[in-house]
Each structure stands twice: as C-alpha cells, then as structure tokens.
Design a protein around this ligand. Structure first.
Ligand code: M6R
Length: 618
C-alpha cells in the first residue's frame, strides 16, 4: 500500500526511481509520480499520472525529465481523494520549495489544512499529504544563498511533531540538490547505504540490487541523507547510532522465473518452502523453535492463547485454534486484528498473544499488538518479512522464511503460516505433556511428507485448471467446509474473490441450512471441501442438498474416494494424509482454482484492483 523510493547520489535519479517503482508495484497502487530537483533552476521537475507505472514511463518518455541526481517517487493507493493525477504524489507546497511523498494517513489533516489555509497556503489536491508539504514549507525559508541541509531537517522536524496518524515521508527542497530527508511513524521506511549514493524505500525489493546495507528506520526517527552520509536522529533532535543490517535477497526471488504470474510461481515454491521449514525446525525427531524465547516450563504455564491477524493470516490463525487446542490442550481465541483492538480484550497473566502476518507491516495487526502489549501480554509473532515492524514490536518471533511474496493473493505465506502453527502446536503439546508421543511422531512424519504431496498435486494441476475453467462463468461461488477445514472454505472464498472479483462466500457447511441455502440454484457454484474426516458423511449430505437444488458442486476429496463421484460432477483429489493435516493439502487446489478462474476471466492476477499487498493504514 503506497510505495516510496528516493535517491541522492552521483547518478541520474529518474531511471533509478522508475525501476524502483516497478519493484514496488506489487504493494498495490492506483497512480504514481516522480519529482526531481533541477539544480540549475533550483526548482522541481515533476511527472504524475493515474493508472499503471507503464503510464508514468510513457509520460516520461514523451516529456523527459531534466538531469538530476536527487529525487523522490511514489505509488499511491488512494485514501483521501480519488486516484487522479492531481492527487498523485509528490506534493508541493504553495511556494514550490518543498516536495513530499508520503505513505500512511495524517489523521489531523483537516484541522491542519484549515489553519494553513487561513495563513495563505493554497491547496490543489484533496489529499492529507498536501498538508505535510505545506507545513514543512511554512517552516522552511532559508535565504537562497545559504540553504543548508540542516535547515530542511529542522523544518521537517517541526512539521512531524504536529502530525497525528501514521506516516513515512520522503522530502526534498528545490534549493538543495543532494539532500533528502526521511521520517517515520507507523508506516515502514528503510534507508539503503551506498557508496556516494543513498536511498530510501518502503521495502527491500526496491533497492536491494543497489545495496545490501539497510537501516530500518524506527518510529519517531528521521534521517538526513546526502550522497556522502546518512545521519539518523529522533524527532527530539537526539542523534541515533542506527543498526545497519545486511540483507540477503537474490534477484530470482523477485522475478517471475518463466511463470506467467508471480502467484503461479509462488504456488510452485510451496514444496520447497515447507521442506526447508521442516529441515530447519525439526532435529532428531523434536521441534526446535529457537525464536520462541520460551522455556518448556513457560510453555507449560500458558493458560490461554489469543491469536490476532487479518485476511489470509486470520484464516491460518483459525486453523491454528483447532490444532493447538487438540494437540496442546490450551484454549485459543482468534480475532480479526481490527476488531480485537476495539473490543476491550481481557488479558490475564500467562496468556500468550500470537500475531500472524506475512508482511509484518499490517497496520491493524500492529495496532492489536500494541493494545495487547499495553495490557501486559507477551507477543509471539509468526511473520515472513525479516526486520518488519511486527518483528521489532514482538517479544519473540518465528520467521516463516517463505521468501518475498509478490502476488497480492497470499499463497506460500499462508501455507508457511499453517506449517509453522503445526510445528508450534507439536512443540506446545510435547512441552505440556498433552500430546501422545505416537501421534506426535505420526504428525511429524506427515509434515515431512507434505512437500512430496504438494509436488504430486502440482503435477496434476492440468485437471484442476480444466475444472476451474469449466466453472469460470459462474457469477457467484459458495465454499463449504467443516471443522478444521471450515477456515479452508473461508480462505478459498477470499482467494477467489480477490483475484477474480466473483462474489464468493465461505461458510461452515453445517450453517448452510441456516441461511445460505436460499442462494442455491443452477447459477451458483459450490466448492465442497470433503476430504477423509470424521465429518465426511455430513459433507456428503450437504452435497446432496445442494444438488437437489441444482447447485453446481465442485468437491475436494481424498484420493481413492469413489463414493463422491456419484454426488459431485467435478472432483479434485488430494493425496491421503493425516486428517489433522488436510488444511495444508486443501489449500493448494483452492489456490489453483482461484488462479485459473482469474486467468480465464482476464483479471490482473498479481495486482487485483483496489488491493494492496501490505495494508499499512488502519
Ligand atoms: O501481511 P499480512 O499477512 O498481515 O496481510 C494480511 C492480509 O492483508 C492479507 O492476508 C490479505 O488478506 C491477502 N491479500 C490475502 O490473499
């Protein structure tokens, strides 16, 4: 959601910024822009446009930017004001001295705007960001002959102290080529350290080809960047000695590698991701979760687990409830992060809060974590992105190490979260002596075998594609599952609606009779998740109820199930595994069904409309 990239150095800024914006496309956006400093005229040269980056590229091609080695750029995901050229970033102040890009939301922008207008500032956009440019502009007025980098830093410092909400900012001044100021509260921002050049960006993929040395700016910190150095300080003006991390991202991880879409590539990466998780987390038959920072005694003392997450990660959390309760005998509640925060949650001593997030930047989950911490909870994060805000906020972290997930629809991150929850449940169950050792061994064996089963499903993806295409004309879908696969139904529906825009609902199959059955007719496709399980017979009854009302059934069943063919015209088979592990296998055909329907309908699989990869505003 909104991407920032900025540059000061000795090279041309515009090509660098444009290439960086392309690497941030996956975050989700609806307009983009680039602004650079023209050192000759001490003014800005700006290009902005709505729609895809390709539009910006074409615009710059037809109206080339001047030469400059200082610039900022942005992909905007509209919050305040429509996705138009005027509302696109960067934004300039009335005197045209200050240029700003911003990620986040300025909550007090209306009152600031009124005050600034009364003092003569003229606003041209509907955005909250424009107040930031105007505010900094108000404080920035060095004489043109003696402008110093510190003047810009001081003006930004005065301005940020008045802002409420979340923001990552990149700021340049027309009379200061070679100077860039960054600031952050709540929204992610990193600084890349180069030789004779420095960068800012919303995340690593935008700049990792230029430097591996990264500073993760913390909340309440700002930085002054010049080609030679970076100075980090707090909003109060105290100098900070930042930690410099080395990132180890390979170019393959952010390229499609011959796949038609990132989503398809990421679906295919799952066997390898899970195999690596097993190899690094299971040693001599025992689960090793070094990042957990809890002794067996502390694990024994846990009285309750509260899981907070959003979207797909929330569905992983729901599966987590079933497995933790059944293997470790600890009560678990699962909340959508945005609800948890406002429901006055009760937290006792010995409660553990588990926050699940692929990006580690989801504003709702971060807010829930802060709320839980304020109430005295210990936070364990399950997260994919190393160094993310969640990773820093949590007391303990279990990284899934699934690699960058570029497709907006979460696939490998989801199954990696599930896999981690299985490992955690086994660890908890063993430490608390609640798990029958024989069952523990069987489940570990099953988990080890999952990557092989994934490879088998993927080798048969042609038949899944066929079923998906044959049903791609339906105007609405229902997904039904029971017990541990009820969350799978929710996830299947979410995946389909996200990337194909087909209205899709997930339901606990037992609930069908309590309402959704009214929707069933020949125009409704129903995906029935019916692997071998204790509720299999009940699913068959549901399928019959759907068929008697002419609903079109697509069943997901276990290899060798010949009965189901009599009831469902389309059956997708998954290999046999332990019943408790079936959500891991069911996830794969659900992802593929959504993918092939999206492709067939000509949708933008990797960057579906209105969606953002990391949702950094509440
Ligand atoms: O980065 P997070 O895991 O915290 O993201 C949570 C949701 O925004 C995310 O899972 C979203 O629902 C995905 N687009 C689902 O495919």
């Amino acid at each position: 959601m909104c991407g920032i990239i900025g540059y000061v150095g000795d090279k041309q800024a515009a090509p660098f910024l444009l290439a960086g914006l392309k690497r941030l496309e996956y975050r989700g956006y609806d307009s983009s822009g680039i602004g650079i400093v023209d050192a000759r005229t001490k003014s800005f040269d700006v290009r902005k446009i709505n729609g895809k980056i390709a539009n910006l590229e074409n615009l710059i091609h037809s109206q080339p930017l001047c030469e400059s080695s200082t610039g900022i750029s942005h992909t905007r995901w509209a919050t305040h004001g429509a996705p138009t050229r005027i509302n696109a970033h960067p934004h300039v102040d009335t005197r045209k001295n200050i240029l700003v890009v911003h990620n986040g939301i300025i909550e007090n922008y209306e009152s600031l705007r009124e005050k600034l207008q009364s003092r003569g500032h003229r606003f041209v956009s509907q955005t909250d960001t424009e107040v930031v440019a105007q505010l900094i502009g108000e404080y920035y007025h060095p004489s043109r002959s003696s402008a110093k980098p510190e003047d810009l830093l001081a003006a930004v410092r005065k301005a940020v102290k008045q802002l409420k909400g979340a923001f990552a900012l990149g700021v340049i001044a027309a009379d200061q080529p070679g100077v860039l100021v960054a600031a952050r509260v709540g929204s992610p921002l990193i600084i890349g350290l180069g030789r004779g050049e420095q960068f800012i960006a919303s995340d690593v993929p935008a700049i990792f080809q230029h430097t591996k040395k990264i500073i993760y700016l913390k909340d309440g910190q700002m930085a002054l960047l010049t080609p030679q150095c970076v100075q980090v300080s707090s909003f109060d003006g105290h100098k900070v000695q930042p930690k410099v991390d080395t990132v180890n991202l390979q170019i393959d991880a952010v390229q499609k590698q011959g796949f038609a879409h990132f989503m398809l590539k990421e679906i295919h990466e799952q066997p390898q991701v899970l195999k690596q998780m097993f190899q690094s987390r299971v040693k001599h038959g025992a689960v090793v979760l070094s990042g957990i920072h809890l002794t067996d005694q502390q694990l024994k003392n846990i009285k309750r687990i509260l899981i907070v997450a959003c979207g797909t990660a929330y569905h992983a959390g729901m599966v987590g409830k079933y497995i933790i309760e059944s293997l470790a005998n600890v009560p678990v509640s699962v909340d959508v992060s945005s609800e948890f925060r406002y429901r006055n949650p009760i937290i006792h001593q010995n409660d553990l809060v588990i926050a699940i997030s692929q990006s580690g930047e989801t504003a709702d989950t971060l807010a829930a974590v802060k709320e839980a911490k304020a109430r005295g909870a210990k936070i364990l994060a399950i997260c994919n992105v190393v160094g993310s805000s969640l990773a820093r906020e949590a007391d303990a972290i279990l990284y899934t190490h699934a690699g960058p997930e570029i497709g907006v629809a979460s696939t490998k991150a989801y199954t990696a979260q599930l896999y981690m929850l299985y490992l955690l449940s086994l660890k908890l169950g063993m430490a608390r002596k609640q798990l029958n050792p024989q069952l523990g061994r069987k489940l570990l064996k099953g988990l080890k075998h999952i990557p092989v089963l994934y490879a088998k499903i993927l080798s048969e993806k042609g038949s899944i594609a066929h079923i998906a295409r044959a049903n791609s004309h339906f105007g609405s879908f229902l997904f039904l599952g029971r017990n541990i696969n009820y969350p799978s139904a929710l996830e299947g529906a979410l995946k389909l609606k996200e990337i194909s825009y087909i209205p899709a609902e997930g339901y606990a199959a037992g609930e069908m009779k309590h309402g959704p059955i009214a929707l069933i007719d020949e125009y409704r496709a129903v995906v029935c998740i019916a692997p071998e399980s204790d509720t299999y017979e009940k699913m068959i009854s549901n399928i019959q109820e759907i068929r008697s009302r002419k609903g079109k059934v697509i069943a997901i069943a276990t290899d060798g199930d010949t009965t189901i063919k009599r009831h469902a015209p389309h059956v997708i088979y998954i290999p046999q595994t332990e019943k408790l592990l079936t959500p891991l296998l069911v996830a794969l055909p659900l992802q593929l069904v959504a993918y092939y329907i999206s492709v067939k309908r000509g949708c933008d699989v990797d960057q579906p409309r209105n969606l953002a990869k990391s949702v950094t505003v509440e």
